[in-house]
Write a protein that binds this ligand. Sequence first.
Ligand SMILES: *Cc1c(COP(=O)(O)O)cnc(C)c1O
Length: 381
Amino acid sequence: MTFEGFQTLAIHAGQEADAETGAVVVPIYATSTYAQDGVGALRAGYEYSRTANPTRKALEECLAALESGTRGLAFASGMAAEDTLLRTIAKPGDHVIIPGDAYGGTFRLFSQVLEPWGVRWDAVPQTDPDAVRAAMRPETVAVWAESPTNPLLNVTDIEALAGVAHDGGALLVVDNTFASPYLQQPIHLGADVVVHSTTKYIGGHSDVVGGAVVVADAELGERIAFHQNTMGAIAGPFDAWLTLRGVRTLGVRMDRHCQNAERLAAELVRHPGVGQVYYPGLPDHPQHKVAERQMRAFGGMVAFRPHGGEEAALRVCGRTRVFTLGESLGGVESLIEHPGRMTHASAAGSPLEVPADLVRISVGIESADDLVADLVQALEE
Ligand SMILES: *Cc1c(COP(=O)(O)O)cnc(C)c1O
């Protein structure tokens, strides 16, 4: 794994000072079209902003560098990125394997949008690569993985899964939203495609929705770019600029997210009012060894089950003062939520249903002592 220079890339990749003015920060190119110096004589390759825009291009180059891919593509949201990618690599009759505990939006995209169009899928627990191998079919074009998963923080062995996918002639796609490229680089572990909701850690400030795809293979990158331009779910220049503004501090923020989350997970384990704690950094996490091997640190997401059932979980969610009650994750501010009634409410009755007493926290970068004190007071009887 080559993690060297991550912060240098985050600040400089795709972001040379402006040739004309010397502006250190890539400007917001709020333009739909570009003057041509004669019919078809493009000044810098730009023709129309759905096809390419300099602010978006800066973000795309930066993300490609951070994921060690050959091409990055930025979209209007994580779901737009997923949709464009899937309509590039899968056609009616094809089959895709998704995680048994896939992100709810991904599950909905497969079950309610792609399936009616003829794309087939199976949800398989991916902590067991042999289960994925058994589910492979001749029509399987991709294995879609997430690690760590939401909200139970299961960890998938990406290298093992790449072997399974490639043995079956399929691509391995990894949704790297929870880890971010700072903690985990799936392409180095054998993945072909990385997907992000840049809304989360990459943007990092809860002020913009966006998505990205990064690929290892340039030819596949060309095909996705064709679909990006044809379908048009691009990141606009303002959104691309905000995301780029966020990504410049990704490594620094992630260090603090991880440090705070490790501290909170340890405090929760010790707390008499808490039962199970889910965090890949805990030595008794079932895939702790895999996480240690493929991640730089264990991330900023923690889940736990307070004693006292759903009522207790709801009480904790309603009592915090530093943690804000809300969906989403990955911003500088700490968030708390009840997956059963919020992010995962639509999974009720399905195999993706989560325990009713589960609480999920997105640990922000506030002072750790304040976060600990806040959770402790919220857990008081
Ligand atoms: C949020 C999220 C998405 C969807 O991204 P949007 O930007 O909300 O469209 C996809 N995967 C994971 C793991 C997410 O957390």
